[in-house]
Design a protein around this ligand. Structure first.
Ligand code: SF4
Length: 343
């Protein structure tokens, strides 16, 4: 049975080459074609002999897995790929073009166990973690589709990255390896729903990977419901970890807040948010909510959003309103799932 190179992994490639009596440097040649020259067909690997290409093709039917659908939002050119993994599971990855930037948003799990109330992925439930190769292949699929190398990577797609930290960091190692894409760690952001152990572990990791926290609301009762991770790591525990993160790394935390009508957009919510941010090096991202079928929430009004922005600024907190990318193709924040139709 033939398999997909990325789904099988690069350790499997090295083992396969040895079994096929190929020289050890072939593995580096294959990696070079993929990561440096963005060639995704063995036939185009011109420094590999025809007989070795034939052998490789007998083992690996393809380099990348099939893309079931690739949609582009005409409004802002955001692209979304629905990728079929070797066990038939579907994941999504998003390419967001900007002014001189290309940000790829990656998934780390099939579905998500956190079950945030406003999130389409959360509604889907959890199936399994992705391997590092399954995370990296999303990058290569998007490179192939967009013709562009990413300038930034955000682990903000399907799943809670710190629930899959071993494979998360292995994928970062592959993406930052000079033999891989050679991305700088400071171009990478991990977004968590508030997994405190994950945050503490990140402090001691080498490199300058950025941290974003999907905070949304700074009141335990409300956050227990909206972001159930809060039941495991309540706000005081989260704040302690973030304080340690800021003091030990000197790096800023991005605080994501999706403003929802009559849920977290009131004056007391604003005050709680300001209090929570006090003492942290922080940048608040007010994210526009994107509605989807079977979701009971609505976006906060422009008036409330403006009020939050004004008061946060007044309190000396850096704040931006993040525009939603790919809204027309369900590629925006909280809209990803293993489906592409608007169902
Ligand atoms: S918002 Fe993130 S952590 Fe929450 S359910 Fe969705 S994917 Fe999971």
């Amino acid at each position: 049975m033939t398999k997909c190179l990325f789904s099988s992994g690069f350790e499997d490639l090295a083992k396969t080459l040895t079994e096929l009596n190929m020289p050890a440097f072939r593995a580096n040649q294959v990696r070079d074609w993929i990561f440096k020259k963005f060639v995704f067909s063995f036939d185009e690997m011109s420094n590999i002999s025809e007989s070795d290409i034939k052998k490789l093709k007998e083992v690996y039917s393809k380099i990348l897995p099939p893309v079931e659908k690739y949609l582009v939002d005409k409004a802002d050119q955001t692209g979304k790929a629905l990728i079929k993994l070797s066990d038939g599971e579907l994941i999504e990855a998003v390419a967001i073009p900007g002014n001189n930037t290309m940000t790829f948003c990656l998934s780390t799990q099939v579905g998500c166990p956190v079950k945030c109330l406003f999130c389409r992925t959360g509604k889907q439930g959890f199936t399994r973690n992705l391997s590092a190769e399954e995370i990296v292949l999303q990058v290569m699929v998007l490179v192939k589709k967009t013709g562009k190398k990413p300038t930034n990577i955000v682990y903000m797609g399907m799943g809670e990255p710190f629930f899959n930290s071993e494979e998360l960091y292995r994928s970062i190692d592959i993406l930052t390896d000079p033999k891989g894409l050679g991305l700088a760690t400071r171009r990478i952001t991990i977004s968590t729903s508030g997994h405190v152990q994950g945050i503490l572990e990140l402090i001691n990791r080498p490199g300058e990977v950025n941290l974003a926290v999907s905070l949304h609301v700074a009141n335990d009762d409300a956050r227990d419901k909206l972001v159930p991770m809060n039941k495991k790591f309540p706000l005081d525990v989260l704040k302690k970890a973030l304080t340690e993160y800021c003091s030990k790394t000197g790096r800023r935390v991005t605080m994501e807040v999706v403003l929802l009508k009559n849920t977290n957009d009131q004056y007391n919510d604003l005050m709680n948010l300001i209090n929570f941010c006090e003492g942290l090096i922080v940048h608040v991202n007010l994210v526009r909510f994107n509605n989807f079928k079977e979701c009971e929430f609505e976006a906060a009004s422009d008036k409330n959003e403006k009020e939050f922005k004004k008061e946060l600024k007044k309190a000396g907190i850096a704040v931006t309103v993040r525009s939603s990318h790919g809204q027309n193709i369900l590629a925006a924040c909280g809209q990803l799932s293993g489906k592409t139709q608007k169902d």
